[in-house]
Design a protein around this ligand. Structure first.
Ligand code: FAD
Ligand code: S2G
Ligand code: ZN
Length: 480
């Protein structure tokens, strides 16, 4: 696929993997940490979650310590070997797999939870820890994660930091630039940058850890994270409302914020087409019948009676004043989970329909759904589906278009039009998934040329040989 969609990409003048290189890696790592295409099936590492980009790496290295990451990068930097850091490989912009034969550095073996302190809420975790595993351990300490996303069964906290993952709780807990107190990162030359602070406040010089949050593996490999985790809510309520118009969607958001206040933790939009996708393709049951729009609301608080009373009176008010037409509130965690599945499994349902053109954009909240209508009118009968869902409370729309298989005619009708449209709204062409390979040509639709110039200068400073995740984030070659 890579060649198909990115014919202009040329392999950089990196070294090709030799027996000498292999010998070095085998001398510092144990056998199960060195996977070669000669003895192992590396396809799972070379293809992204959406099966839309495929690399041809011949080697996967699986370090277990920060020091091993340092030794590997020091060698690769000296030998001009390109490296693609990989976490759970759930990224959606082609950032987590090689473009050509870059060596894959998989953080999966570095999955320890080093410490959890209930009083301070601080957890120190190795980068390769899967989010769901971390959540389970935090819950045992009356804490919870400050982020949650549909990929939590596979994605790793290091990958979440590298992509500054947003997810369904950002409305309540903010993003990782606030929740990450510190991290350890290994630079391209193998130098270990210890920013593993656990201070909530530290104004001593530049806050360098922030550079690695959202850097998509291009400035350094994150090996440890110090995360500030909120107290585990003792009462979680989930409501699911059927709504007739987008104006009433916005009114529902406004009244929910006003009446639920601090306990509101999620406000997700699902349109009729994405609802139809999960109910028809995955056979999921919906307690509310067909409507143009649905809102999934979640509250997270500390007093079940108080919280339930708040949510129930909101539901009554919304029904009474006609803002919503139908609605239900989960009676137990099983029903709450099945309501969440209607939202969190949309991606999976779309992937089962065919080829997916995914646009994760930030737009002004009043225009949240306009782009879907505009694209539907523009594409007419070309796609199977054009749907919109996402993090309404964050102004983050997931516009998804599907076709039987990849079609350049359809792609050319969508891009760059969709990016122009978002750019004219001064939105972001990538709200939470990052730019990776697939969106690298569109960074200047959101960032000024001066900003991109200084980002390139930073990349050159941190990774002068451009061995870390080359071909990602920026268009063209680095020296442009
Ligand atoms: P990978 O996919 O392995 O890598 C992602 C990027 O980070 C790559 O550029 C890689 O090189 C780099 N990287 C990985 N680990 C490290 C490390 N330790 N150090 C340095 N660089 C590293 N994303 C959201 O933001 N919000 C959502 O709601 C959301 N929902 C999703 C739902 C589904 C079903 C799926 C499949 C994906 C979803 N995603 C979402 C996208 C994806 O899960 C996130 O981007 C996630 O943070 C990626 O984590 P990962 O461990 O899989 O990283
Ligand atoms: C989500 C990821 C999947 C998609 O579900 O919130 O971030 O469909 C997305 O884009
Ligand atoms: Zn999302």
């Amino acid at each position: 696929f890579t060649a198909v969609r990115y014919p202009y990409l040329k392999r950089g003048n990196y070294s090709f993997l030799s027996d000498r290189h292999l010998g070095f890696f085998q001398s510092i790592l144990s056998p199960h940490q060195v996977l070669t295409d000669e003895f192992n099936d590396l396809s799972g590492y070379n293809v992204d979650w959406m099966h839309s980009v495929r690399g041809s790496s011949r080697l996967v290295l699986r370090p277990k310590t920060t020091e091993e990451v340092g030794a590997i990068l020091q060698y690769c930097n000296a030998q001009n070997i390109a490296v693609c850091p990989q976490g759970g490989n759930t990224g959606l912009v082609g950032g987590s797999v090689p473009v050509f034969d870059e060596v894959i550095m998989s953080l999966g073996l570095m999955d320890a939870v080093i410490s959890v302190d209930e009083l301070s809420g601080i957890a120190i975790v190795q980068a390769g820890c899967v989010l769901e595993k971390l959540e389970t351990i935090l819950h045992l300490n009356n804490l919870t994660l400050p982020l949650d996303l549909g990929a939590k069964g596979s994605c790793q906290i290091g990958g979440n930091v590298a992509t500054n993952a947003g997810g369904i709780r950002l409305l309540r807990y903010g993003n990782l630039h606030g929740s990450v107190l510190g991290l350890t990162a290994v630079l391209a030359n193998g130098q270990i940058m210890d920013c593993l602070s656990t201070n909530k406040k530290d104004n001593t010089g530049y806050d360098l850890k922030q550079l690695f949050i959202g850097s998509e593996g291009t400035l350094g490999v994150v090996t440890q994270v110090a995360l500030h985790c909120p107290s585990k809510p003792t009462s979680v309520q989930v409501g699911f409302f059927g709504i007739n118009s987008f104006d009433n969607v916005l009114e529902t958001l406004r009244l929910s914020k006003q009446n639920l206040g601090e306990i509101l933790s999620s406000c997700e939009l699902i349109d009729a087409s994405s609802w139809n996708c999960v109910t028809s393709l995955l056979k999921l049951k919906s307690p509310v019948n067909y409507f143009p729009f649905y809102i999934l609301l979640e509250t997270s608080g500390s007093n079940a009676d108080h919280d339930a009373e708040k949510l129930n009176s909101l539901l009554e008010m919304l029904l009474k004043n006609g803002t919503i037409v139908d609605g239900t509130i989960a009676v137990d965690s099983t029903q709450a989970t099945s309501l969440w599945a209607l939202r969190e499994r949309i991606a999976e349902a779309l992937a089962s329909e065919g080829y997916v053109y995914k646009y994760d954009v930030s737009v002004p909240i009043r225009q949240f759904y306009q782009l879907v209508d505009v694209m539907r009118a523009r594409l007419e009968k070309l796609p199977i589906r054009c749907c919109g869902y996402g993090h309404l409370g964050d102004g983050n729309l997931h516009l998804n278009i599907t076709s039987q298989e990849y079609s350049s005619e359809l792609l050319n009708k969508i891009e760059p039009f969709v990016y122009d449209w978002v750019s004219r709204q001064r939105g972001s062409v990538s709200a939470e998934h990052g730019l990776g390979l697939k969106k690298r040509d569109y960074i200047e639709y959101t960032k000024s040329p001066t900003s991109v110039h200084w980002m390139r200068r930073m990349k050159k400073l941190f990774d002068p040989n451009n061995i870390l995740n080359p071909y990602k984030i920026f268009p063209g070659t680095l020296n442009e």
